[in-house]
Design a protein around this ligand. Structure first.
Ligand code: HEM
Length: 418
């Protein structure tokens, strides 16, 4: 079967994030790939089985080149192509923000990634643990005295934004504004004019901060990247701004969503939560399983074919958009037996929640450490942590990319620490 003679195109519901797993399970049962129309209007090939996703991520006929992607996104959405058009799945919104490693193919991707990969290695990141524990405790201290709180705004948001801004040397007074711009840039259903405005302000802010760090370098990642640019000319000014923007934004929003989803999953699986509370040494494996079970990054950012590619019995033509569903791969029982069951003793190997292959997340150790610290501190401080509403009232943002809780109302009674 080829792209022109394929099945009826399935329309992805705008509210798929409210319950993605039923739809993905149906698509997976039908075949590894299906042409769909995304809620924002783009036609793309949605790949849902683990085996085919893991083969495509490293296939040289699959590209992530940002500029060509914008043209193809416009083409497959019936829009006029624009130089500074939005990156489809919410990764970058004008040229200065769109030249980062996730929008690049080798060899450019290799060069950009190698400039920062060491800084995010597990042994480097481990040094941040005491500060992350301190921030987690401060957030929980601020919750004491309140019996009902929204765990997203009171806790899940604060830990990652503080961690990432500490790491990048973003001043305390700018952090809330920085977070709001980031949310506007990757959030769902945003007004395009407001997105463009947030993009312009983000570029202006990061460029000004680069100048400040150049004049007064500190012990932070922006200062280190400025040195790389100025010493070796291995990074253009546009690449520098884009790198800082992307690392700082990708580095906190995904972590916020992951903490929220993990806590919600535990609260709705009390037996597994009790198991974890009874043996906190299970935590690293439990974080992997919680991320497998309900992944924040539900799909990869768009990719496209540069040549004909056969996926199952479908031949996809060149210049077609591809969407790889990490969350569907994570629920594929051919890879993870009884995949719809949460089992904190599973120790799942090869989860797709951080992507897979060439563009696999660079921030895995930092992200997992934050989630581990967040869950450990939360479960220890609040033995009776519980949902304050019926699970049917819980809502996720209608994003095309991320499964992100709108709010997580919980009831808490702190243990007496006197
Ligand atoms: C729980 C939190 C996180 C999740 C769920 C997550 C998820 C992902 C996913 C799914 C990808 C692949 C996207 C694709 O291939 O389309 C990715 C890539 C990436 N992530 Fe993360 N991420 C998280 C935290 C972080 C952190 C803390 C950082 C760094 C500060 C980071 C930096 C990156 C970078 C730089 C890439 C692109 C890598 C490349 O193109 O080679 N992420 N992430």
């Amino acid at each position: 079967m080829d792209a022109e003679t394929s099945q009826v195109i399935e329309r992805v519901p705008a509210d798929i994030m409210q319950n993605p797993y039923g739809i993905l399970s149906k698509l997976r049962a039908e075949g590894p790939v299906r042409e769909v129309v995304w809620a924002h209007g783009a036609r793309a090939w949605l790949v849902t089985r683990y085996e085919e996703i893991s083969a495509l991520v490293n296939d040289p006929r699959v590209s992530k080149d940002g500029r060509r992607m914008n043209e193809l996104f416009a083409l497959h959405s019936g829009l006029p192509a624009q130089e500074d058009d939005a990156e489809p799945a919410g990764v970058g919104f004008n040229d200065e923000l769109a030249t980062h490693m996730l929008n690049s193919d080798p060899p450019r991707h290799t060069r950009l990634r190698s400039l920062v990969s060491k800084a995010f290695a597990a042994h480097r990141v481990e040094r941040l643990r005491p500060r992350i524990e301190q921030v987690a405790d401060e957030c929980l201290d601020a919750m004491d005295g309140h019996s009902d709180v929204d765990l997203i705004s009171a806790f899940a948001v604060k830990l990652p934004i503080t961690t990432i801004c500490d790491l990048f040397g973003i001043p305390a007074q700018d952090r809330e504004q920085f977070r709001l711009w980031g949310t506007k840039l990757v959030g769902a259903g945003q007004d395009p004019a407001e997105v463009a405005d947030a993009g312009d302000k983000m570029v202006a802010y990061v460029s000004a901060l680069v100048d400040v760090k150049r004049a007064n370098p500190g012990d932070d990642m922006i200062s280190a990247l400025v040195r790389v640019r100025d010493d070796g000319e291995r990074l253009s000014q546009g690449e520098l701004v884009s790198m800082i923007y992307f690392l700082a934004v990708a580095g906190h929003i995904t972590t916020i969503c992951s903490i929220g989803n993990a806590v919600y999953t535990l609260l709705t699986h009390p037996g597994e939560m009790a198991k974890l509370r009874g043996d906190l040494s299970l935590m690293p494996a439990a974080v992997d399983e919680l991320m497998r079970f309900d992944s924040a990054a539900q799909v990869g950012t768009f990719r496209f074919t540069t040549d004909k590619i056969q996926v199952g019995d479908v031949v996809i033509s060149p210049d077609q958009l591809l969407v790889l569903s990490w969350s569907s791969g994570n629920r594929d029982s051919a890879r993870f037996p009884d995949a719809d069951r949460l089992d904190l003793n599973r120790h799942p190997a090869g989860i797709m929640s951080f992507g897979y292959g060439l563009h696999r997340c660079i921030g895995v150790p930092l992200a997992k450490m934050q989630i581990e610290v967040a869950l450990t501190r939360l479960l220890t401080r609040y033995p009776d942590l519980r949902l304050a509403v019926d699970p049917s009232e819980i809502r996720w943002e209608n994003s095309a990319l991320l499964r992100s809780l709108v709010a997580l109302p919980v009831s808490v009674t702190p243990v007496n620490r006197a």
